[in-house]
Each structure stands twice: as structure tokens, then as C-alpha cells.
Design a protein. Sequence first.
Length: 599
Amino acid sequence: MAEHVQINLEYMLPELETMEKIELFDKDEVRRIIKKRKEFEYKLQRGAKFKEDLLNYIRYEWDLLMVVRNKTLVDKSYAPKRNNVAHSVSQHIQKLFTDALRRFGSDVKIWLSYIDFCVQLQLFPAMSQSLEKMLQLHSDKPHLFVTAAQTEYNILGSMDRARMFFLNGLRLHKESELLYRESFSMELAYAKHLRKKKNQELSEEDPVTNGRLAELIYESSLMNLRNIELMSDLYSISKRYSFAEKLSERIYNDILEKFKDKELRWDIAARYKLENPPEDCTAKEAVRDSIAVYQEAVKLLNTVEMWSYYVETMLELNEDHTYLKNFKTNCLMEAFLEAHSADKLKEEYYLRWASRLEGDNDKEKKRDVLKSGATKCPGTIKLWEEYFKCLTIMGTPWDALMKAFNSAVSQIKTTQSSPLPLWKYMIHYGQLTDPSKAEELMKKGLRAGGDVALTIKTMYLEWLVITRGLKSGRKMYSENAELPPFSIPFHKKMIEMENYSPTTDVHKIRKCYRYMINQFGEDNADVWMEYIRFEMKEGDPNKVPELYATAKRTLKSSQAATFMTLYSLHKLTSESTNPYDDEPHDKKSKLSTDDNSNE
């Protein structure tokens, strides 16, 4: 093993000596490079984590190469020799990559890393060769054919090789939407490039520049796939190129003919009316023609998806405020109302509908929209929150609010959602308008169970201390500390409130920590650590050994290990003068105290 490592290092020796001679690195830096390479070489010989070590070695050498190249750009002295060093390092990286690909050719990431390396160093023949080898091993992955084609075209401008990769990919993956989409897109982009380049020398018979090759790809997709999503994508791509207008029209007509039962087909048809109106057609007429298509569509396909396409188009039209603002707003409102009446309006659109009803005369409409949406989609808490905001802004009496609130909570409980945000909103509203009502609601929340009771416990405690003083908070805490559901934030809030007192009551704070370890001490190492920190800083440090031993006995094994790690870290950073062992005990504690007293 050592002999093989030594041979490899000796092979690199001239390169390392040159680095120092031409002032790329000083003596210490060269020594560090030798040391690092030696470490990697030994790791590779041991082979315990060969793949990981080999890739780390490649990353190190790659970084080293970048440093060499950057230094050469900054300082041109010894430029030829520095370039020789860079070449030597790059050959070493290539050798490592060759080894990695030979052993781990199944790892696509290594192939892509090597191809990226070749691109950066402009090793184009090696890049092209690697692309071919990668595809021989990974011919089952359509996206790699796309990567290969795009690399050849974007890096070398070789459309012939890019086309070859796409054709090979499509031969193996006749139903790959990705390959059809990307090859179609590249053919049209290349045609545009050539048309720009040739300018006046264009021939309408040239299958490349007139888009005929892209059309052949489209025809192939028709034979092998019946997919409106793919055809829609190809249609959208073709619309970007003015010279492909006939192809675009052909795809559009095929979509209309072949997919009368698909919602997307009708959306494309309706948008076509907006994008391609007749010359004598006004903007208002184009919108009406589009709506007429949607109206026909929802009669044939009365689905949420179809109505959503209709509403979304109306929303997009309303983003442009430069023309027909009122008319388009009315069209949108009609679409919202009709979709709601058909019981096909998605929850997100209720919120967008309501957001457009901001006028003083629209408050009742907005309330009704939000109520309808929340009732239809009871699990969407945002709808309920907006509904209750609307009610409170309108000055709805508390009793009416509570009636609506109880109904909402009942409906939410039938879903997987939590009504907690609604509880919090109503409590905060009550605290601002009528604290006694808020307190009633918080007391009710304590009996609600689940996350509602857990959260409101802490809210109520804090509110009592702030509004009525620490004594009231202590009373509430004592009454609820041992009642489920148990809550760490509840105990921590009481500790926080106790610490605000001008005279800290250590016994009361200690009681809070004891509740925490009794309720959470089996599964939570942090509660023990917080208790120990308290005793060390503010309580009685002599209690720490016993707490440490109790924590180790009480915690489950995984948490016990976490606890001991946390305790050790705390010891390292602690400013305490009490030098506890990892396993403190009473005898050690007393000895430490005696030692301190004798100083």
C-alpha cells in the first residue's frame, strides 16, 4: 500500500517542485498540498469509503486547479510554466475521473460532473465522447438525451450531433413528452438562428429554416402519444416564432378536433379568440367571443377544472387596467357568481373574489362571499379568518359573533384542519373590545381539548398576569398545571412571569420545573437541562448532582445520551465555579464546597 502511494506521489513531484519555483505557492503551501494528496492516496488504498474519498479527492484537485488558473490570470510572469502546471493538475483530475467512471459508471452525477469539468477546461472531444458513453450506460433515462443534445448545441453549436441525440432518444423512448418538447423547441430555435443569419438567402424549400423538421417531430408525437398537455406545450412553443404560423395553426386545429372532451382544449379555444381576433373585431367583442366559448364549454364540461380556466382567464384580463376596466370587472364578477352557483368555484377563488369587494357598498357582499366559501370549504381556515374579520369590521354584536364562531368551529371539526387560528383571532378581538368576553372565551378554550386547549392555556395565563397581576396568574397556574393536555410552553410562561417579579421566588420557579420533568422527563432532555441551568445560576447548585442522576434514570436511552452530551457541552461553556464531573455525586459536591471554603 505504502509503496503504491509513494510511486503516485513521486510521479507528482516535478509538478510540485515547479509550483514552488515559479512562485505559484510558497514552501509551506506546497507542503500542505503534498500532505493532502498523501492523505487522499492512502484513503484510496484502504478503500473503506472509496467512492466518497475519490470524489473528495477530485473536488480538492479541482479547487487546486481553479487557484492555479486564477493566479496565472492575475500574474502573467512564468505564464507558460504555470499553464503547464495547470495542464498537469487537469490530467491528474482526468485520471481520477476515469477511475471513478470505471468503478461507478452507474452514478449519473459523476458523469455530469466530468462533463462539466470538460466544458470548463474546453476539453471538447473528451466531452463529446463522455456524452456518448454516458448514454450507452444510461439509455433508460430520457432526460440525459436532452442534456447531451443541449450540451452539444449550446457549447459547440453542433445541431447535427444534438439532433442525433434527440433521434436516438426518441427511438428508445417513443412516449417521452420531454424529448418531443425539447427537440421541437430546439429545431425551431435553430431555424430562427439560421433565418437571422442567412437573411435574404432564405429558401422556403429548406426543411430546417421553414420549420418542417419541427413539424416532423410534431407528427411523430401524434403517432405515438395522444396527450393534450404535450400538444398544448408544442402549440405554445410554436407561437413564439412568426415563421411557424402555419405549424401553429395546424397544432391548434388538431387540438380542437381531437380533444373535445378535455377542459384544456376549450381553454385554448377561448384564449385563441382573445389572441387572434379578426381585423374588424373590437377589444370588447374579442372578450365577449372568448366568454362565449367558455359558456359553451361549461355546459358540456361542468367541472371545477373548466370553471377554473374560465375564472383564471377573466382574472388575467383584469390585470391590465389600460382598457375596458369596468367591463372586464363585470365579466369577472359574473364568472365568479356563475361558478359559485354551479358549485364549482375553487376555495382560492372565493378569497380572490372577496378581495375585489373593498368598497363601502360591498361589505355585505364580501361577507356573503366569504361565508359561502367557508361553508363550502370548511377546512380552509383562511376563509374563516377573512369572514370573521369582515364580521368584526362591520361591528357585528358579540352574541352574533359567538353564534357564528360556534358554527364555524363545528364545521372545521369535520375536516383535518385546526380551528386554533380562529380561536386566537376571536380572543384577541375580545381583548381589544370587551376583556370579560375574551376571558369567557379563553375559559371555554381550556375545555376544548387538543391544540386549542394547549395554546389557550398559555395565552390565558399571560393575559391574567398582565391584566390582574402575578397572584391571579399563580392561582390559574396551580389549578391547571396538572390538568391535561400538558404543555411545556405553559410551564415556561409561568417561569417567565415569575422572573418579572421584583423578588424572584426560587421555590415557585422550582415547582414549575418539577411539573415539567414529571410530565415530559422521559422523552425530553432539554427540560432537564433547563432545570439544571436554573439551579446552577439562580437556585441551589448542590441539587445538580441529584438532578443529573435522576435525569439519567428517567430519560429513555436515546434521550439520555442526548442529555449527557448537552450536559458535557454546558460544562465546557459554563462560567460556574463548581467543577462537576460528567457523573456528579454528593461526595464530590461536598468536597468541592469544602475546597472552596478553605481557599
